[in-house]
Design a protein around this ligand. Structure first.
Ligand code: NDP
Length: 306
């Protein structure tokens, strides 16, 4: 068993930023995760992280990692399998090791929401995808549909708009609710068609996606022939392990954090997409900011204990 003052769970933007500050504050810690960069590795162009006008998500993730390493830290690539509370300590078990920690910063992010319609599960990997950046290249000169009206859907459309021959952006609401700058870019692309007030009711195909069935309250049911369906309808928080030790969440599972990123459990902090922090505005810049706020308050907490 390895004893640490702090264990940071998660190696996305929040976790790596937390580790950078932990290194600077000389906190004895380990940064644990199985995907350096987390969600950032699936982002295409990041154009809203201050200091970088335009940079590929994986490249920016690499820069975070290099910053950790420059300060003498490292990412410990281990998959966390359980989290327990034992007295004042936290026990974190991975596929390789057990850690005993005085404090935890939990930054395990979120996972993609599913539509739950017929054909979605059956055709996953055969035309149904949850990551335009990862799978977009398979649809060169083809026809695709991106489902959703938020930032994920918009970034997916911006990727696919330059690869596919035709991209439908299908949103159930009356207007897109992504950044206005992205709406302008989407509308400027003649390969993209925005379909509003429309729900997908089924994804159809025998060995691969062939078409989608749709429903619009005004025009009734209709279908579109597509080769690919990108489901970009939001995220669900990866908070199960925290909930198991009694960390409080809101009704949708996001960890409730105070301004200092502490939770209802002393010594247990959380940051990034898994929390209610930053007014639910889930950006890399807010995740990184929450990570460093968490570390600063872990530092004060540990000093208070000494
Ligand atoms: P959001 O929750 O912001 O948006 C989800 C979209 O999917 C909404 O338009 C929603 O519709 C729609 N939707 C949800 N459920 C269904 C359903 N069952 N059927 C059809 N449509 C559905 O999620 P995102 O993944 O877009 O973004 C998550 C977070 O990540 C946000 O905070 C976002 O800002 C951030 N992000 C930031 C990026 C960046 O580079 N700045 C890039 C990507 C994400 P409705 O509007 O009707 O609820």
């Amino acid at each position: 068993m390895i004893e640490k003052d702090l264990v940071i769970l998660g190696t996305g933007g929040a976790g790596m930023a937390a580790s950078i500050y932990a290194l600077r504050y000389r906190i004895d810690h380990v940064l644990l995760g199985d995907l350096p960069g987390g969600t950032l590795t699936t982002a295409n162009m990041v154009e809203n992280y201050p200091g970088y006008k335009s940079i590929l998500g994986p490249e920016l993730a690499m820069k975070f990692q290099e910053h950790v390493e420059y300060l003498g830290g490292k990412i410990t690539l281990e998959r966390v399998s359980s989290l327990q509370k034992e007295g004042d300590y936290f026990l974190i078990t991975t596929d390789k090791e057990t850690y005993k920690a005085k404090t935890v910063i939990y930054t395990l992010g979120s996972h993609h929401r599913h539509l739950g319609v017929k054909g979605e599960k059956e055709l996953e990997g055969r035309g149904v995808s949850y990551c335009a950046t990862c799978d977009g290249a398979f649809f060169r000169n083809k026809t695709v549909a991106v489902i959703g009206g938020g930032d994920s859907a918009a970034t997916g459309v911006l990727v696919l708009g330059n690869i596919a021959a035709k991209t439908y952006m299908i949103h159930r609401g009356p207007e897109l609710r992504t950044e206005p700058i992205w709406i302008e870019q989407i509308k400027a692309n003649s390969n993209v068609e925005i379909v509003l007030n429309t729900n997908v009711t089924e994804i159809v195909g025998s060995t691969k996606v062939e078409k989608i069935l749709l429903d619009n309250p005004l025009h009734g049911s209709f279908e579109l022939a597509v080769d690919g369906v990108f489901v970009e309808i939001g995220l669900n928080p990866n908070s199960e392990m925290a909930q198991q030790i009694g960390v409080a969440t809101d009704k949708t599972g996001y960890i409730i954090v105070k301004e200092d990123m502490s939770t209802n459990i002393p010594g247990f902090y959380a940051a990034g997409d898994v929390t209610t922090g930053s007014s639910y505005f889930r950006q890399l810049v807010t995740a990184a900011s929450e990570g460093v706020i968490a570390t600063y308050n872990v530092y004060k907490y540990l000093k208070g204990k000494k």
